[in-house]
Design a protein around this ligand. Sequence first.
Ligand code: RB5
Length: 146
Amino acid sequence: MKAVIANDHGGVELAAAIMKHLDERGIGYTYLGTDKEESVDYPDYAEKAVNEYRTGGYDFGILICGTGIGISISANKMTGIRCALPQDSYAGEMCRRHNDANFIAFGGRIDYKEPVTKILDAYIDAEFEGGRHQRRIDKMMALEGK
Ligand code: RB5
């Protein structure tokens, strides 16, 4: 399993914690930064991550900004991306099972009720169910560009 990870300055600390967790789980990743506190623009990091994901060999992407909102909206503007912003581990699991999210976003400045690593694990360990959910995803993706 392999992920691509990118974050703005609001996600530096959380990205480091997530990478430590992925190391512990033996999940590979490519990290695109930023690893600095200086202000950067989150759309640039969403774009970098999606472009890297598109080179192939990745199972999913992880994006982090202060809230997770700006970087997830940015990624969702790019063709083929379904970036979820789960509130908790239930949403983390369901965004894979029902929405087949290929990216997951978090907020480095958000006070989650559970560890982000638990939410991430719920996503990683879940599987897309297909069936009626595939029909809905097909409809969702047909909205692109409208
Ligand atoms: C940067 O200050 C902040 O706006 C960004 O990290 C993110 O929260 C935007 O959605």
